[in-house]
Design a protein around this ligand. Structure first.
Ligand code: NAD
Ligand code: TYD
Length: 349
């Protein structure tokens, strides 16, 4: 089996490639990644010499290049599309790159997959397309998309394009929508690695608003296991939710991390909220449970402990990222928020 994985130098994509080669050692994987600020070839350093792994630096919006990668003689049996701009906060600053990669890039892949008759396309989408929930309930695959951030809107637009291609051209495509992932190799701008690396560096752990926003956390290896099952046996034209059944407030996650690392809760800083912040996400995952018997194998406390250990043992990895473009992003995004929180603290004291 020859699989083209896009965005394989990012967090979930790199975990997925490692998972595939561990469980399907005869498969040939071609990783196509533009290497944006979030792409890091180091994430797959252990596989550079693996005979089943190849890497090409390319933009999924580059139609002729994508066409050449999917056409004979190399051809591909399947495409798994992880490539995306993925950070909600960055989409609030500037959404143009999100529309380009997440919408135009997906459309480019759909067109090339259609023309080259590729046997399967797996589109990695997100629960954020459904929008926000109140304190109860969960989104099923039948829930109507109602995206609230530019990031979520770009992913929903890609899902609609995919649906249209599957309907009109009988394109053999499947959409998966997972909840928030966490685990090794996650870029430190996302909540869990941000909190872990901040705690390790004894710097403030920024929580937006009241910190009581709820996310459902999915350990990345559980996600990869579900994706392989769907890639091999999922029904074309379908949507599959993949959730972690682990709802926690952001405050609870911060407290667990601080407790595990033996750091004081005084490191938590409540900062100005994210505009349009979705209050709660939760997924109804009966479909994937019934079709594949899939459920998460890792509890959140266990997965979080392993993840903390990974960041403790890979300080070089995240320190190198923090020394680059990330520094400027952090200053721009958190500088004014953290100063305002510190001033508020001084007034209250
Ligand atoms: P990530 O930001 O860590 O990685 C994205 C990768 O895509 C990077 O390697 C980047 O270089 C690459 N990329 C970006 N634009 C590209 C382009 N135009 N052409 C080729 N490569 C490009 O993201 P992630 O967290 O690993 O997410 C992967 C996918 O999973 C995304 O589609 C995201 O929407 C989806 N998803 C993520 C989560 C989560 O919690 N992280 C949850 C649900 C769904
Ligand atoms: P994030 O990791 O950005 O994922 P998403 O917005 O896609 O769910 O954020 C997860 C939650 O953590 C979300 O409720 C926003 C919150 N958050 C903070 O409170 N502080 C932060 O600095 C970040 C990055 C996120």
């Amino acid at each position: 089996m020859r699989v083209l994985v896009t965005g394989g130098a990012g967090f979930i994509g790199s975990n997925f490639i490692r998972f595939l080669l561990a469980h399907r050692p005869t498969w040939q994987i071609l990783n196509v990644d533009k290497l944006t600020y979030a792409g890091n070839l180091e994430n797959l350093k252990d596989l550079w010499d693996h005979p089943g792994y190849r890497f090409v630096q390319a933009d999924i919006c580059d139609r002729s290049l994508m066409d050449s990668l999917l056409s004979p003689p190399q051809g591909m049996d399947a495409v798994v599309n992880f490539a995306a701009e993925t950070h909600v906060d960055r989409s609030l600053e500037d959404s143009f790159g999100f529309i380009q990669t997440n919408v135009v890039g997906t459309q480019t892949l759909l067109e090339v997959v259609r023309q080259r008759g590729v046997g399967r396309l797996l589109q990695i989408s997100t629960d954020e397309v459904y929008g926000s929930l109140g304190p109860t309930g969960a989104f099923s695959e039948e829930s109507p998309p109602c995206p609230n951030s530019p990031y979520a809107a770009s992913k929903a637009a890609a899902d609609f394009l995919l649906r249209a291609y599957a309907h009109t051209y009988r394109l053999p495509a499947i959409i998966t929508r997972s909840s928030n992932n966490y685990g090794a190799y996650q870029f430190p701008e996302k909540l869990i690695p941000l909190l872990i690396t901040s705690a390790l560096a004894d710097t403030p752990l920024p929580l937006y608003g009241d910190g009581l926003y709820v996310r459902d956390w999915l350990y990345v290896e559980d996600h990869c296991r579900a994706l392989l099952q769907i890639l091999e046996s999922g029904r074309v034209g379908e949507i599959y939710n993949i959730g972690g059944s682990a709802e926690y407030t952001n405050l609870a996650v911060a407290q667990m991390i601080l407790h595990e690392l033996g750091k004081p809760e005084s490191l938590i800083a409540f900062v100005a909220d994210r505009p349009g912040h979705d209050r709660r996400y939760a997924l109804d995952c009966q479909k994937i449970q019934q079709e594949f018997g899939w459920t998460p194998e890792h509890t959140f406390p266990d997965g979080l402990r392993s993840t903390i250990r990974w960041y403790v043992e890979h300080e070089d990895w995240w320190r190198r990222i923090q020394a680059g473009e990330y520094q400027e992003y952090y200053r721009r995004h958190y500088g004014p928020r953290l100063s305002a929180a510190a001033d508020r603290g001084r007034v209250e004291r």
